[in-house]
Structure formats: structure tokens, C-alpha cells
Ligand binder design. Structure first.
Ligand SMILES: NC(=O)c1ccc[n+]([C@@H]2O[C@H](COP(=O)([O-])OP(=O)(O)OC[C@H]3O[C@@H](n4cnc5c(N)ncnc54)[C@H](O)[C@@H]3O)[C@@H](O)[C@H]2O)c1
Length: 416
């Protein structure tokens, strides 16, 4: 099955391949817009079926004044309503950079004005697609016409680029993780605090409508006090070993999202973390010094517990679930499925698989994340901060140490 997302240039992007964006021939505008509607229909139905109290209506971070759910198309970008148009430079034109280019260009209050990449062809290709300038990262950061910078470069460049962009007075959204090194991330945090220019970190899963609805239900007291959190995060297939070698390892690269999700839901960081991991999916991942399967248990100051399970392989697709047991009930955010058809026959009851990977599952979250950034860009009151990014990285560091020690609990206070 191919799922297409129409970009503002009305080319079709095939999202059905892991990590690959395949550009199909341009379609007529009407046909492409129809495909956008078809792509998002399940979510829109979900919102309307639940009425005003739905996940979308009360999503804490979606700018409800003008978002995708209210049919604000790129055609209103000249902003008749008189709002401010944020001019954005994108640093990094790789996998996630392409996703962000689409969300920036589609938002009615932001304009993608330039893109950079150290691999010249990557930048040139994306620049041509959007009809924008292809420039160096330093040049974009130094340009007074650029209001905001989105950092989607390789992880080892994040801290340097955050520091340069905040020093130049830009509003910054930087992809996770803040850095490969906790020490470097903390130095970056100190520099940013000194510059007094807040930064948003791209923990997009906080903006997933299901996870946000779970959090909202908890905050509304619907299951009493949270007591036991379980997060499941399985990728459909492992990345190439070349990626694993520069990723910082599963805990910093992959589970970092789940550490942040735990902080988001539980409202605080744990006091101790125990981790164990194995390389049972791909022995080459083990040879590269990493794990591909891991379980983490976390303990909070008042005795509450959380469990995170990660695997780089799930034969049935991208498995992303959260379960929260509270004193008065249970909340579950389940997988997004390819469709909602359930077949019941004499042989049994079957249904569709989860959507394949992050580009499919989290597109609404990337869009809501960008909307939240645009909303807060002038005040700097971002819903996800550099401090959140450093906290998640400290937890990844604790888990890495614990796994290396055979699963001994590591106190987060020893890491900070
Ligand atoms: N939030 C998410 O869901 C999500 C998903 C994927 C990746 N990421 C994060 O985004 C970042 C990029 O990941 P990716 O998968 O897109 O990797 P990628 O390798 O596909 O893209 C990164 C790009 O950055 C370029 N680059 C490196 N240094 C640069 C510099 N100084 N200036 C300009 N360009 C530079 C590279 O040439 C490459 O094209 C990583 O930190 C990763 O952890 C986040």
C-alpha cells in the first residue's frame, strides 16, 4: 500500500517506505488536495466523533486558531488575517529535514526561505523543490532576514548550531537529541541560558493526538493518581549499522523519545534507572557496541514505577503504545492502524497492521509540533525546552551505564 502526502509544490511524496521519500510525478492540484484529505481522514473522524472534548480539540499544544484541522491551506500564506509570517531557515536536508520542510511550508504563518546541508546535492534538491535559496548553515544563521532556524542536522552538530543560532537571536527548534554527549549538552544549556534565548527540542511524540489525549485525561483526574507507566516502542526494522555507529546508541538515539514521554506523562524525572539490553536482532549491531533490544525500569521518588521496552524490529510494523495504570483506572494509547477493518470469520478475527514507521505514524505530531513552535516563537514560551532535552539525555546516559553494569540501578542524581 502506498500512502501519499502532497507537498505545497503539489508533488506526491510516498511515505510507505522506511526512511525513503519517493517523489511521484506532480498531479493536478485538485487531485493532490483530495489525497491530503484522504490521508488525514481517520484523524479528522476521530476528532469529530469525540466532539469538542476530543483529543484534537483539547490538544494542549495545537494552535487552534489556524491549524490543519480547520482547513488552513498554504494558499492563505500571505496571511490576510494580518498575522506575522515567520521566515525560517532549515539546517539539514536529510530524512527528517524533508519532513520539516513540508510542515514549515504548509503552515500559514511560516515561510521556508532557505535550506543548508553539508552534502551539497541534498540542499540543492530540497531548495529546488521549494523554490528557495540553498545556502551555508553559517550564512543562514547570520542572515537578519531569517527569524527562526530549524536544526535537522546530524546529532553531533546540534549543540554548536544551537549556540550559534541563539547567539544570533534566532528562535530555534532543534531535533532530538540535544547532543551525543551529556557534558556538551549541558555546556550548550549554560550558553543558551546566558544568551537568554529559549530553544525548543523536537520531542514530536508529545504532540501525537493519542499521547496528548492520554496526558490530558490524566491531568483531568480521570484515572486518579498515576502509579505504573508502560511504554512500548518497537521499530519495524533495524537501521543500517553505519547509522548505528554514529547514533550514540539505542538509549540516546531511540529510547530518548520514551524517556521524554515518561517525563511528559509522569510530570517529573525518576530517581533511579535500571537497564538491560541485548543485540539479538542483528549481531552486527552488537559488534558495533550497541544493543537492539532493551528494557528499562524507572523508579520515582514516591515509589511510582515506569517500564520502557524498545526493539529495533517488529515484523508487523511500528508499535507505539502507552499504558498508564492509575489509582482509579487505566489509560491506553494504542497503535494507529493502516485501516479500521476487522474481519471475523469461522477461522478467527483479524485486523490491519500498525502503520509502517515514524513518517506515517507521526505526521500529525510533526505538524502540531511545528504549529506549537510558531505560536510561541515570539515569546520563547515553548512547550518542550532545552532543559527537557538535557533531562532525557541524562536518563539515556543513566540507562547506558546501567546496561553496561549488568542492570545495576543508576541514581539520576549521580548523572546530573
Ligand atoms: N523526531 C524524530 O522523529 C526524528 C526522526 C528522525 C531523525 N531525528 C533526528 O534528526 C536528526 C537528523 O536525522 P536524519 O535521520 O534526518 O539524518 P540524515 O542523515 O538523513 O540527515 C541529516 C542531514 O544533515 C546534514 N548535515 C550534517 N551536518 C550539517 C551541518 N553542519 N549543516 C547542514 N547540514 C548538515 C547531513 O549531510 C544530512 O543530510 C538526528 O539528530 C536524529 O536523531 C528525529
Amino acid at each position: 500500500m502506498h500512502i501519499y502526502l502532497a507537498d505545497p509544490g503539489m508533488q506526491l511524496v510516498d511515505l510507505s517506505l522506511i526512511g525513503l521519500l519517493r517523489i511521484a510525478p506532480p498531479l493536478e492540484k485538485a487531485e493532490a488536495m483530495f489525497l491530503i484529505a484522504a490521508r488525514f481522514q481517520p484523524l479528522i473522524m476521530f476528532a469529530s466523533a469525540s466532539g469538542r472534548d476530543s483529543a484534537v480539540a483539547r490538544h494542549p499544544y495545537v494552535n487552534n486558531s489556524c491549524n490543519r484541522f480547520q482547513n488552513c491551506s498554504p494558499s492563505v500564506k500571505d496571511n490576510d488575517s494580518g498575522g506575522i509570517m515567520l521566515k525560517v531557515g532549515l539546517l539539514g536536508a536529510g530524512r527528517i529535514g524533508k519532513v520539516h520542510a513540508a510542515t514549515i511550508a504548509a503552515h500559514p504563518k511560516s515561510e521556508l526561505v532557505a535550506v543548508s546541508d553539508v552534502v551539497a546535492e541534498n540542499a540543492a534538491e530540497l531548495a529546488a523543490e521549494y523554490g528557495i535559496a540553498d545556502r551555508g548553515s553559517d550564512e543562514i544563521i547570520a542572515d537578519p532576514q531569517v527569524d527562526a532556524v530549524l536544526i535537522a542536522t546530524s546529532t553531533d552538530t546540534h549543540s554548536d548550531l544551537i549556540e550559534a543560532a541563539t547567539a544570533a537571536g534566532k528562535a530555534v527548534l532543534c531535533e532530538k537529541p540535544v547532543d551525543l554527549s551529556l557534558e556538551r549538552a549541558r555546556a550548550c544549556q549554560a550558553a543558551v541560558n546566558k544568551a537568554g534565548k529559549p530553544v525548543m527540542i523536537g520531542f514530536n511524540r508529545r504532540f501525537d493526538p493519542s499521547f496528548a489525549a492520554l496526558k490530558a485525561a490524566l491531568e483531568a483526574g480521570e484515572i486518579g493518581k498515576a502509579e505504573l507507566l508502560s511504554i512500548t516502542s518497537f521499530d519495524p526494522a533495524p537501521p543500517p549499522v553505519a547509522y548505528v555507529k554514529v547514533s550514540g546508541g539505542l538509549f540516546r538515539d531511540m529510547m530518548i523519545h520514551d524517556f521524554d514521554m515518561a517525563n511528559f506523562i509522569m510530570g517529573e524525572t525518576p530517581v533511579s534507572i535500571s537497564a538491560t539490553g541485548s543485540a539479538i536482532v542483528d549481531p552486527e549491531i552488537g559488534a558495533a557496541g550497541d544493543v537492539d533490544t532493551a528494557v528499562v525500569t524507572m523508579r520515582y521518588a514516591d515509589g511510582r514505577l515506569a517500564v520502557i521496552r524498545n526493539s529495533r524490529r517488529a515484523a508487523y510494523g511500528y508499535d507505539q503504545r502507552v499504558e498508564l495504570l492509575g489509582s482509579e483506572g487505566l489509560l491506553e494509547a494504542q497503535n494507529m492502524l493502516e485501516n479500521t477493518v476487522v474481519k471475523s470469520t469461522a477461522k478467527g478475527v483479524t485486523g490491519a497492521k500498525p502503520t509502517w514507521f515514524f513518517l506515517e505514524r507521526y505526521m500529525p505530531a510533526y505538524e502540531a509540533e511545528w504549529a506549537a513552535f510558531v505560536e510561541a516563537a515570539d515569546t520563547g514560551a515553548f512547550p518542550v525546552t532545552l532543559d527537557d532535552g538535557v533531562a532525557a539525555l541524562a536518563m539515556a546516559e543513566a540507562a547506558t551505564r546501567s546496561a553496561k553494569s549488568g542492570g545495576q540501578p543508576v541514581a539520576l542524581a549521580d548523572i546530573w
